[in-house]
Design a protein. Structure first.
Length: 92
């Protein structure tokens, strides 16, 4: 975990502090923009009770795209960064 830099990320209306490789910062920030843009899009298209509903919709959209073999706006570098983020979040 040496060489990791801490960054604050915002997903929906929540802020998270994560540590990433400096080389991955741009990719992570682009991914966050895609996620937050999709949340805004779903908020305008669908009725939801709270932010959790919209985050769940984005998660479903992303998982569906991944199962179809397509990830619009997400490169393999972004996919790898997301995998690393998931691993960091899964640590006890």
């Amino acid at each position: 975990m040496q060489g990791l830099i801490p960054i604050n990320v915002v997903i929906g209306d929540r802020t998270y502090r994560i540590k990433i490789e400096p080389a991955d910062e741009e990719v992570v920030r682009k991914t966050l923009k895609t996620i937050n843009d999709k949340i805004v899009e779903f908020k305008t298209l669908f009725a939801g009770r709270d932010m959790q509903d919209y985050v769940a919709m984005v998660l479903l959209w992303y998982a569906t795209q991944a199962s179809l073999g397509t990830k619009p706006g997400i490169t393999s570098a972004v996919s790898e960064a997301l995998t690393r983020m998931e691993q960091l979040l899964d640590r006890p």
